[in-house]
Design a protein around this ligand. Structure first.
Ligand SMILES: *Cc1c(COP(=O)(O)O)cnc(C)c1O
Length: 469
């Protein structure tokens, strides 16, 4: 399988090169040149597989020709071995036809572990074969940093540096980054805001000499390998709830559009998905787009669901590529205009196609808290704020009451204890394996918001590791 850029001006690449490249050289995102097909017989054969086996079967066509099936199977089995629930992605029933899929049983308690635990191992595998090393650099305002750190820790071919704004992430989130006892992991508290952290990372990538000398790379959500790994849990849920004989719908709390795009990919591959509902918080650019056909950037406002406090959803470009009938140059022009004007008006026919594919629903903080309280009272389940948005969206957007609808629980409630306590009066406890998180020793470098200082720090540590390797 080959991958093409959504902007049509970068070379088509194989899976291993797409994995290491992340963003395409023309600024676009890589997508497969065609969708692999899952037939009704394939789906029937998936019933009874365990989660890792099913993920291997779903991912194999995407890596075909670059990674042997045995290697992929071993790496995926290893990725999910450490999950706290034997099912990896267990389904719970909330009511008639109403389901919750729990995606927070990985090491950092958010769904990002399902993809990143695989992607960290894929990086290691591909780099070892090439005898190469990479320096992963990223900025985080919360969940992604710890998931990336856990995915890359102790991997011989990787050195990882995560920048976060000092004093501006929650204590649980900070400790998940600073208490990791691995020599190749470096948590950096920047004396600045999240935007400062992101600007520092961008500046390091734009410093071509620095980038090449230290082989900088990223594991951000535009990496196709993350989407490929996420497709598996949609197939998993559909098969568990009756596919291919019965269709299933999903409600997905959405920020960068990566998670819900994986659901769309599963549908394109032949999984009988009846409808996909996109849940947003007050940062509702996607819901407004589905209502009006215009993408228009607002300012990011903080909410109780911080992992969805995003205005420009980077993976949305992958859907636009389809709506533009895979015309890369036309999309490149449209994205240029969007960046310049902060607005993109879609032709009526394209907007109608998008509305046929997705429903949108906005859930503000008050409704988020009310949903946490109501579901706790009626079922005993405690939802985190992001999962509550999924459940509220599933309720609002259920098109066919005879078919099951699955809301995605994307974070463990103990990651957001303040909101949960406001809604229920209960303060959720961290699971046993993280119970000592608040007393573990922290290791963090506090650095000023200054590019030269940060580059010096990264250079000294990635050079030291290279000398040891
Ligand atoms: C990252 C994240 C999201 C948003 O997912 P996207 O793939 O960016 O749409 C939602 N909820 C939680 C808990 C997250 O960590």
């Amino acid at each position: 399988m080959r991958y093409v850029s959504t902007r049509g001006a970068a070379p088509a690449l194989a899976f291993d090169d797409v994995l290491l490249a992340g963003l395409a050289r023309d600024g676009g995102l890589y997508v497969p040149d065609e969708w692999p097909a899952l037939t009704a017989d394939d789906l029937r054969a998936f019933a009874g597989l365990d989660y890792a086996e099913l993920t291997t079967r779903v991912m194999m066509p995407f890596v075909d020709g670059t990674i042997a099936e045995d290697d992929l199977a071993a790496l995926i089995a290893d990725a999910y071995r450490g999950f706290a629930h034997g099912a990896v992605a267990p389904l719970k029933q909330l009511g008639p036809g109403q389901w919750l899929m729990e995606l927070f049983h990985g090491p950092t308690l958010a769904f990002k572990d399902l993809a990143l635990q695989v992607v960290g191992r894929l990086f290691d595998h591909v780099l070892a074969r090439r005898g190469a090393r990479l320096t992963i650099v990223g900025a985080t305002s919360g969940d992604t940093g710890s998931a990336a750190i856990e995915a890359c820790r102790d991997r011989a071919a990787l050195e990882v540096f995560i920048l976060f704004p000092q004093g501006r992430v929650s204590e649980v989130q900070r400790r998940q980054m600073t208490t990791v006892d691995a020599a190749n992991v470096h948590a950096i508290a920047v004396e600045g805001t999240f935007d400062d952290c992101q600007d520092l990372v961008k500046a390091m990538f734009n410093d071509a000499a620095f980038r090449d000398r230290h082989h900088l790379s990223a594991v951000n959500s535009i990496n196709w390998a993350r989407i490929a790994a996420q497709i598996a849990y949609y197939v998993w849920a559909a098969v568990a709830l009756g596919a291919p004989g019965r269709g299933v719908s999903f409600a997905v709390p959405t920020g960068n559009f990566g998670n819900v795009f994986a659901a769309h990919a599963a549908r394109r591959m032949g999984v009988p998905i009846a409808s996909l509902a996109v849940g947003t918080n007050r940062n509702d650019i996607l819901t407004r787009f589905l209502e009006t056909g215009t993408l228009s950037i607002g300012t990011v406002e903080p909410s109780l669901s911080p992992s969805m406090d995003i205005q420009v959803s980077s993976n949305f470009e992958r859907l636009l590529f389809e709506l533009f009938d895979r015309d890369g140059p036309a999309l490149a022009a449209a994205m240029g205009a969007f960046r310049r004007d902060g607005r993109l008006v879609l032709a009526d026919a394209r907007w109608r196609r998008a509305r046929a594919l997705f429903d949108g629903h906005r859930v503000d903080d008050a409704a988020t808290l009310a949903t946490i309280r109501r579901i706790w009272q009626s079922t005993g389940e405690i939802l985190d704020p992001h999962s509550a948005i999924a459940v509220a969206t599933a309720e609002a957007c259920r098109r066919d009451p005879t078919q099951p609808m699955v809301a995605l629980a994307c974070a463990h409630p103990a990651k957001f204890p303040d909101a949960v306590e406001r809604a229920t009066g209960l303060r959720p406890a961290l699971p046993g394996r993280l119970a000592d998180l608040m007393t573990r020793p922290e290791r963090v470098a506090v650095l000023p918001n200054d590019l030269a200082t940060v580059e010096e720090f990264v250079a000294a540590r990635s050079a030291r590791q290279e000398a040891m390797a």
